[in-house]
Structure formats: structure tokens, C-alpha cells
Design a protein around this ligand. Sequence first.
Ligand code: NAG
Ligand code: NAG
Ligand code: NAG
Ligand code: NAG
Ligand code: NAG
Length: 442
Amino acid sequence: MYKNTLSIIIIFLPAILAGADEVVTCSDIVPMRTRYDKISITDFGGVGDGKTVNSKAFRAAIYRIKRLRRRGGTLLYIPPGVYLTDRFNLTSRMTLYLASGAVIKATQDTSIWPLADPLPSYGRGREREGGRYMSFILGDGLHDVIITGENGTIDGQGDVWWNLWRRKTLQYTRPHLLEFMHSKNIIISNVIFKNSPFWNIHPVYCSNVVVRFVTILAPVDSPNTDGVDPDSSSNVCIEDMYISNGDDLIAIKSGWDEYGIAFNRPSSNITIRRITGSSKFAGIAIGSEMSGGVENVLAEHINLFNIKFGIHIKTNSGRGGYIRNITISNVYIEKAQKGIKIGGDVGDHPDDKFDPNNLPVVRDITLRSIWGKEIQQPGLVKGIKNAPFINICLSDINLQGSPNKRMQPWNCSDVKGSSLKVSPWPCSELISSHDGSCFTQT
Ligand SMILES: *[C@@H]1O[C@H](CO)[C@@H](O)[C@H](O)[C@H]1NC(C)=O
Ligand SMILES: *[C@@H]1O[C@H](CO)[C@@H](O)[C@H](O)[C@H]1NC(C)=O
Ligand SMILES: *[C@@H]1O[C@H](CO)[C@@H](O)[C@H](O)[C@H]1NC(C)=O
Ligand SMILES: *[C@@H]1O[C@H](CO)[C@@H](O)[C@H](O)[C@H]1NC(C)=O
Ligand SMILES: *[C@@H]1O[C@H](CO)[C@@H](O)[C@H](O)[C@H]1NC(C)=O
């Protein structure tokens, strides 16, 4: 009896000691692994002098991991130094470990950069027709991959790509810095991503992906350098990030118009927590490509400074799909054009084959505990005439303007919802308190 009680106390002791200070996290969806088989890029001829092109070393090291299939996988160590390399593919059951001061740097010869087929859910490259340039670091059809270390850097040297885009001489869609396709059980943590040619981290058709303690940096005027874009992926955990870039910090997507509708793969079960950042675009975005549907999203504890829109839910006629069961709470916004924007007329189309009568469904959006100052307009909510956005629930929202400057009022159309403790007082469309569906639980 006495012995049993003691063992119960011992079993629960860590939990008792951790108590209420325990940090809430979703990162346990993928267990962190220790790899006992370790190799270094230098064993394969890698030279970190910033000049030697290390493509052969990366390929040989990763091929060795794939071929030997050591029990528990293999860790590939990148020591301090600058390792220039052409793009490369990862393999399953590997850890790419960047030491403090390690930099994996992309070569800049865009003329020999290999091409990949367009994603089926997009039908074409996102910015140019046809194929797309292969991502700098790519994992396709993998499982159990970890990219981590002591905050080493993955540097895309994107300026050559941004200039092609600016001069309108880009032939195909630019490469992502890191992309996983058809993969599961992925961890990306304690790494710095810098100067991506295009979107930084793109998990597409993936499940169980953790992105944590990652810093993403790109100049404020770098085109389309989105931070993390979960795309037709489920069970994604994004936590403890600092992002300063040239487009949305986080954007959840799921394919583009008729191609996304046909492919029919939603993004779901996505948690975004403790994100700080700034950009000329949005903090937390959903869409505008969302044709496979987006649901069950929780974003909380978000701090945004110098941002265009704090929250941006965006879609368009012709997209089809849905955006539903979205909760965004505990957001602080300083200096923004709009605190909240929900728009049904945002984004371009892949071609003229989309059906404008394919209207997206936007419903069950809860925005709670949102504070801001130096905000030009608290909210712009523009639904779609024949598909109004419904059950938009706002509570505990206080968005203030700049001193001595008149704030633009809320502006809404084709939307229905309820508000509780929202200041400034929102548009009449969002105060139909008898709607009832918003605050029934509390
Ligand atoms: C990298 O992976 C892609 C996608 O699976 C494949 O098409 C390509 O041939 C691979 N490249 C190399 C060098 O293995
Ligand atoms: C790496 O950066 C994260 C912040 O993203 C920080 O929490 C962590 O302590 C850093 N780790 C090292 C080893 O410097
Ligand atoms: C989403 O999470 C729920 C509850 O945790 C789970 O039942 C469901 O299978 C998940 N969906 C996907 C697509 O994994
Ligand atoms: C709505 O999404 C949350 C995650 O934010 C999830 O926990 C919940 O189960 C979802 N509700 C439904 C009805 O699927
Ligand atoms: C609301 O925004 C539309 C443009 O989207 C504009 O034409 C209209 O004047 C605005 N209404 C108010 C009351 O500001």
C-alpha cells in the first residue's frame, strides 16, 4: 500500500513540479529523435570556405544515408563555415544538423537550375506558366526528417531571383528555399532561413510537420518571400518563430481554382503559436489559394509590428473550397493599415478555365482578444454576394488609431456575424447578436 502511494508520487512528480508554468506546445505530434550514426559533410570532401561548390559532398553524404539505412537513421553534421552548394534532395530518416556558424548557401546560377513539374493542385507554376524551378532543399515522399542544430543558417542568396522577377525576365516560378512534398513526420527547428528566392518553407501534401524556434529573414522589399506556407497539409505545428520578410509571415493554402478543386486536398489541424514579426503584407494569412479547403486552424499569441494587415483571410470567386473553423486569438498589432481583413475578391487565377460560379464557403471564424495601436482601419470584411461569409465571431477586440489621426471605420459587405466588446464598434453586419451561434458556449 505504502509502496504504491510512493511510486504514484514519483511517477507524477515531474508533472507536479512543472505545474502551471508548463509551456503549451503542439510539437509533440512528431517525436524528436536522437541519431547515433553520425557523419560530417567534411568526411565527403565538404569545404566551408564560401567558395568551393559542395554539391558532390552533399549528394554523396545523403546518398550514403539512403543506401546504408542505419538503424535509427543518420545525422549529417555541418560544422561552422560557409558551404556553397547547388540544390539538393534530402532522404528519409536523416537529421541535417547545422552547428553554430554553419551556413548552407545556394549557388546563384539560375541558367542551370533544374526544373520540376507544376504541382497538380496548382496546374501550373504559381508565377509563370509551365514547370517551376526545383526547391533549393527538397524532400519528396519522405518520412522522419529533422533539420536542426545550433541556429546555423540556410541562405538562398535570393537577390538574383528577385531581380529576374523585378525585370520581368523570370522564365519559370522561382524555387522555394525548403520544400517537403508527400512527406510526414518532419521537424524543422533552431535554424535561420535567409534570403529565400521565393516562399521560405513550403510543406505541400504533408502531414505531421513541426516548425519551431526558426528565424526567417529577408528584406522587406523582397518579392513573395512568404515565411511558412502549409499547403494541402494536415497536422502542422508552427511555434516560437521570428519572421521579418517581404510577404505574408504565415499563409495557409490548399491549391488554386479548378486544379485545387480537382485535387481536393485540404489543409487542416494547423496550430500557429507565439509568432513575432513584421512585413509589408499579412501576419497570419489564409488563402488566397484555398480551393482544397482550409479547416481547424488555431493561431494564438501573435505579435506583429509594422505590418500591412494583422490577419488576412483571402479568397475569390472561382476558388471553390472552404475556410471554416478558424480561431485566431491573443494578437497584438502595432502600426498596420488594417487590423483584420477578410476579402472575397483577392488574388489572381491560373488561367481562364476557372468557373466563376465556384464560390468558396467562408464560415465559423472566431477572432478573440486582439489589441492594436496605430491602426488605420480596424476591419475590412468583404464577402461574396451570392456566398456571404457567415458566423464571423468577434470578441474582446480593441484597435486604436494614431494620435491626431482620424481612423477609418469598419467597412463590411456580404457578411454576417456577432460582436462582443469590440472597439471601435463594428459595422452593423457584424452585430447581429440574435444570430446566436457565436457565443452560445460562454
Ligand atoms: C530530386 O527529387 C526530385 C523529386 O523527387 C527528382 O525529380 C529529382 O530527380 C531529384 N534530383 C536528384 C539529383 O536526385
Ligand atoms: C536558437 O534560437 C532560438 C530562437 O529561435 C533560441 O530560443 C535558442 O536558444 C537558440 N539556440 C542556440 C543554441 O543559440
Ligand atoms: C485532425 O485532428 C483530429 C483531432 O485531433 C483528428 O481526429 C483528425 O484525424 C485530424 N485530421 C487529420 C486530417 O489528420
Ligand atoms: C475546430 O478546430 C479546433 C482547432 O482549432 C479543433 O480543436 C476542433 O475540434 C475543431 N472543431 C470541429 C467541430 O471540427
Ligand atoms: C467601404 O469600402 C468601399 C471600397 O471597398 C468604399 O467604396 C466605400 O466607400 C467604403 N464605405 C465606407 C463607409 O467607408
